[in-house]
Design a protein around this ligand. Structure first.
Ligand SMILES: [Zn+2]
Length: 489
């Protein structure tokens, strides 16, 4: 059944050869060494960071830029963190603020000149002592302190747990022809963009807490009421920690992957861990193997359904049913493939990971039809929801912008962002599958995963990769969906 106005004639049926970055030699990765101390009474995290930054660009660099995401939680920035409609849910105990202060920046024992810039003080710009040429590395030490807000968000403390997401200075991605990508925070979406790196992290915290984190915990020792954990994460693009004294745990294994569920409110944790295991198995088969040995699912105080980090996904403690837990867990786990291993600029091209992840969630239910959630119903519901959005916006505003490839700042409302990114993403990838057929579609997903593992893909990379794998020039197909020409029938 053809649901969309788009037809096959937009394809140019010529064989294509992919000339993307799949054939490159393995790039040297930057290394982060973090030494952290969490102080419960003041809700602060003191940190020293040593980054061995590798210049993987083709340009000589005289300065480096790092994101200071915690400064988005400062007073006056509430609108950048959550929409007005979500404010009560985010701040159950009233407005609360946090920030990051940088106390010292040095290299090899010498102080470096730095400034904190950007409209929201969101960027740390460090002037290097000498030019950094391509493939060279430099060691940078940054001493910082993060004050946490009382907020149900990626970074902050709530009634259930302490979320440490995007808490440390992380290097901005350098794009050829543009420079450092210094996008600010946004209440829409996940405003992040980073390169894969290696992490070695030690953290001390009150011993009553259990720790869930990215990477692999190598050791945990208790002394004088404190625990000290040593953690290592190889080839991951971010590092997240959640602490809680409420956690219970249940674990399972899928191949050589240890899956751990840290929970305190989920009414059916056994069902949730079973779904997680099925999701890893399903996505291993559909896209390619999950390349790490640990995967932590963490229930926590988070205002939206869930949030993805490498080897760790947050699941909101506010979900209403076990079906909701299942759906959110599957969606967040799909992000391990689309965001975690294959990265993209989530600020400027959110549809790339969110659209494909949401469609992957539907594919999970397609592959696991015994779970009683019908794939066809999910597609039909996406179709109805998107059409309703177009109808309502057209009626109220006289027009509707349905383009997908915009920065988070260019979506006027949260529903507009969700419909154009997730829902329309589902419809686009489903249309692609129906048009090229299952065999070519799944080959394209597997090839895309393989070609861009541990890298960042651009929209042009994705289109070129899918075109090469299917043998069709899909440029017009993608562009007509992305720029809003396609009318959903
Ligand atoms: Zn998502």
């Amino acid at each position: 059944m053809k649901k969309f106005a788009f037809v096959l004639s937009l394809f140019v049926l010529i064989p294509l050869i992919f000339v993307g970055c799949g054939q490159e030699n393995e790039m040297a990765l930057s290394n982060y060494f973090l030494n952290l101390e969490y102080q419960e009474e003041s809700h602060t995290l003191n940190g020293s960071e040593m980054v061995e930054y590798v210049n993987s660009s083709d340009n000589m660099l005289t300065y480096l830029c790092f994101h200071l995401y915690p400064n988005a939680f400062r007073e006056g920035q509430e609108n950048s963190i959550v929409t007005v409609a979500s404010r009560d849910k985010a701040y159950p105990n009233g407005l609360s603020y946090g920030d990051i202060s940088v106390n010292k920046v040095s290299s090899e024992g010498e102080d470096l000149v730095y400034e904190i810039c950007g409209d929201a003080l969101n960027i740390l710009k460090i002037t290097l002592k000498k030019e950094l040429y391509p493939d060279e590395s430099v060691k940078i030490n940054i001493n910082f302190a993060v004050k946490l807000a009382n907020i149900n968000h990626r970074l902050g403390y709530g009634n259930g747990a302490i979320n440490l997401g995007n808490f440390y200075p992380v290097a901005c991605v350098y794009e050829e022809g543009i420079g450092f990508m210094t996008s600010p925070y946004s209440s829409n979406g996940d405003p992040f963009y980073s390169d894969v790196a290696n992490y070695s992290v030690s953290i001390s915290y009150p011993e009553k807490f259990l720790l869930a984190s990215s990477g692999q915990v190598l050791s945990e020792k208790c002394q004088d009421g404190l625990k000290k954990a040593q953690i290592e994460g190889k080839k991951i693009r971010d590092f997240c920690i959640v602490l809680s004294d409420k956690f219970k745990t249940v674990s399972s294994k899928c191949g050589n992957v240890n899956i751990n569920y840290f929970y305190y409110n989920d009414p059916s944790p056994e069902q949730s861990i079973s779904i997680a295991s099925k999701a890893v198995e399903t996505f291993n088969n559909l896209f390619g193997m999950y390349p790490y040995t640990v995967l932590n699912i963490v229930e926590t105080n988070f205002l939206n359904g869930g949030m993805e980090y490498p080897n760790l996904v947050m699941v909101s403690d506010d979900l209403k049913s076990s079906a909701d837990y299942s759906y959110v867990i599957v969606h967040e786990l799909a992000h391990q493939w689309w965001y975690g291993v294959v990265g993209n600029d989530e600020y400027n091209h959110a549809w790339m990971d969110e659209g494909l992840t949401e469609y992957s969630t539907l594919l999970f239910y397609k592959e696991n039809s015994d779970l009683g959630v019908k794939f066809e119903d999910l597609v039909s519901s996406a179709n109805k929801s998107y059409k309703l959005f177009v109808d309502v916006y057209t009626r109220v505003n006289g027009k509707v912008d349905t383009s997908m490839d915009r920065s988070l700042a260019k979506f006027d409302t949260e529903p507009e962002y969700v419909q154009c990114t997730y829902t329309k993403g589902v419809l686009m990838f489903n249309s692609l599958r129906e048009t090229v057929g299952d065999k070519k579609f799944y080959k394209a997903l597997k090839d895309y995963y393989k070609r861009f593992s541990y890298k960042n893909a651009s929209p042009a990379d994705m289109i070129a990769s899918f075109s090469s794998s299917t043998g069709y020039n899909l440029e017009s197909f993608f562009n007509s969906w992305l720029n809003g020409e396609v009318k959903v029938l």
